[in-house]
Design a protein around this ligand. Sequence first.
Ligand code: BG6
Length: 479
Amino acid sequence: MRKKTNADVAKTSHRMQAADALVIFGATGDLAHKMIFPALYAMAKRGILTVPVVGVASSKWDLAQLRLQATHSIKQAGKIDDREALDSLLSQLRYVGGDYADPATFRTLKQVLGGAQRPAYYLAIPPALFAIVIQGLGAVGLADRGRVIVEKPFGRDLASARALNRVAQSIFPEGAIFRVDHYLGKEAIMNLLYFRFANSFLEPIWNRNFIASVQITLAEDFGVKTRGTFYESAGCLRDVIQNHMFQIVALLAMEPPAYQGYGSVHNEKAKVFQAMRPVDPKDLVRGQYAGYRREPGVARDSDVETFCALRLFIDSWRWAGVPWYLRAGKCLATTAAEALVKLKLPPQRLFDDAVQPGARANYIRFRLSPNSALALAARVKRTGKEFVGDQRELFLLREEGGAETPYERLLAAAMAGNGALFTREDAVEAAWAVIDPVLKKHHPVQPYKRGSWGPKESAALIAADGGWSNPVCDDGATD
Ligand code: BG6
């Protein structure tokens, strides 16, 4: 692979210097509590967090309260096994309380940041506040040489994503905007890119000539918990399909990057979204789990989907005619994310058991969550005189986690100025354009039982391609 040149860097991979301060907007909120403080502690343990960390929030807290909260959050996420790292993190904490709409809040922040030259601003706040905070930073000159880290959802449809991109880019250059999709920081998802392009055996079969269909499942066996109000404004399509699941599709479908450098990966991923056909309402099944309407914060007559199954097409030379089936939902039978790339059946019926109706074709299975696994499935003959066999999985990878958490990885990358694991403006907008038609026009939700695999209409969507393969435990035998 060609190394990137200076011209490439200038064009697509604007790598920045390391940040010298971290500011967390929404420091007293849920995301900071659950994800950010544990990630900061992990960074402190590895010795890579040596800059001041300023919490900003509208709560009338003081620094002592923020320190207590940070300690509590780290304890909840695991145990405190490095007192020195904890003390170092707590000693770096500062707190600024104030209204985000009040310029005084940003003036105080400026004072607290003192001599920091390249601060990183993490927006762990509701999306409705993104633009206000970005503009507040710009108004007092805090954006100069700074960078902004923005949580998903980035917009709630194509129009709002465009508007938000315009606001963000009027204050920060694109290379200083780090759009977070935490799936990109997951070990198994990073491996999709590596596995596809670090091997040569795959490329000849990785196209419409050999691949019959692809299916991806992101199942959770729990409901919306305390996030009913947020979920009512999002739904499954916005919450995980447009971002997490589309990122998986892009990594599986993209063309080889032209050179070594993340700008090139961003280019190829954006092209996948641009080649996706906008989803037709007849290719989408929306479901809602029994009891959702009684969850706190949820409307009694809510039509918000907690489950989606959809058929997607990528109109490119490589993928023409190959259906991509995506399914995600809450209160399903298990918690797992998996992608299954199904190859075509043998063209000749030499062995009846290999081509009989219902026989599974060879496939490649990527277990993406909660553990990582990668298996190739092929048929082998059973011992005996008959030509009868079974499909077996050959495991290339089987891991039980233990890696850095996505938040630790992404926060460290953004602080270091490495944009590889973030999403770019054109890709975000192209992804919204694919689902925009079904955000506006769709069939009503179909109810489904908790602990099931969603409404029966979801099975009908994929019936012609052999049905859904539900993620199972990784024991190797498949039929
Ligand atoms: C989040 C969604 O982005 O991803 C949640 O808002 C979802 O609704 C979560 O549960 C899934 O992430 P993970 O890492 O637990 O698979």
